[in-house]
Design a protein around this ligand. Sequence first.
Ligand code: MUC
Ligand code: MG
Length: 381
Amino acid sequence: MPKIDRVETFLIDIPTIRGHVLSMTTMTVQSIVLVRLRFEDGSDGWGEGTTIGGMRYCAESPESIRLAIDSYIAPAISGLEGDNINAALAVIETTVRGNPIARAAVEMALWDGLARRLDQPIAQLFGGALHDSLPVAWTLASGNSQTDITEAQQMIETGRHNIFKLKIGKRPVRDDVAHVAAIKASLGDKASVRVDVNQSWSLSDARWGLAGLQDVGCDLVEQPIPADQISNLKALTDSINIAVMADEALQGPKDALRLAADRSADVFAVKIAQSGGLKRAAEVVAIARSADIGLYAGTMLESGVSTATALQLFATVRHLAWGTELFGPLLFRDEILQTPLTYQNFSVTIPEGPGSGVEVDISKIEFYRRDRTASLHAVQI
Ligand code: MUC
Ligand code: MG
């Protein structure tokens, strides 16, 4: 069993292909923390910790994720047996409270390292893949209805996506409903249209908004109200026909149990980062299945490293009734994998090969790392 020798982290900033307008921020760049675990036998494993909009989406930021790994997780796990992931997780759990994204990044790298040493894909360590590919949604978030319609039509024509998630919650509710109505009217039955409010509505906004969205043919509403308002979420789930999905309210198995106990949501957006790792995400999936709650594989707009790792886990899940939104790499102007993931036939292909199934292009990491661009900037000044 090789010991964990070194933990390296890289904070990279990659520009997005267009402004991505969410209720709490507009993204023009995504900041990604990559973790490389180096093991004594020369093998390595990669993981990723990514959030959205600095600290606007949740309590972790790219900087805090890196700090939690460098200052607390790395010293705690250095020298531990690389193959005993449960033992490493037990140490991490007693060393670091909270910080699920940082913990998930390191856990991903542990699974990647172990699977590579066994020359197996990570899916094999979770019982084996059931899918070669999974349906994949795209997020329309240009901030303009006509631009979104043009973008959606191109996606349908090229066979890339026919499930669209619209980011709303920034404008007045009435305007948001009109925006969704215009897009759904133009796409008709060629596409499933869903929305993500990212917690922006009050309960009364949501009552009004969900009724309007139902009338215009929207299929699902994600996290309409603040994450901590579980009984209000249940009231909406019980009173509206379109599906209500929990995202920010779902931070791992404990939340899953609470939400499932009185069926406060119809669907769970399962995110590996938000769940605190692959094992915990698998536990969330198990709770959802037991409570007959629908499943959807969510994203934190991550690069190909985390996206591929998530695909390995979700390939092992039989019932993913709502598909996935594992499109993160497509939102960036550049690719950090040696071979990009394949998006075709409205699906993303599960990468084959050991570990996560993908290889990082180190030259891209060198190019986009913040400490390099910061020092270049200093030289220019
Ligand atoms: C979220 O809130 O779900 C996922 C897709 C997207 O465009 O934003 C994210 C975050
Ligand atoms: Mg969401």
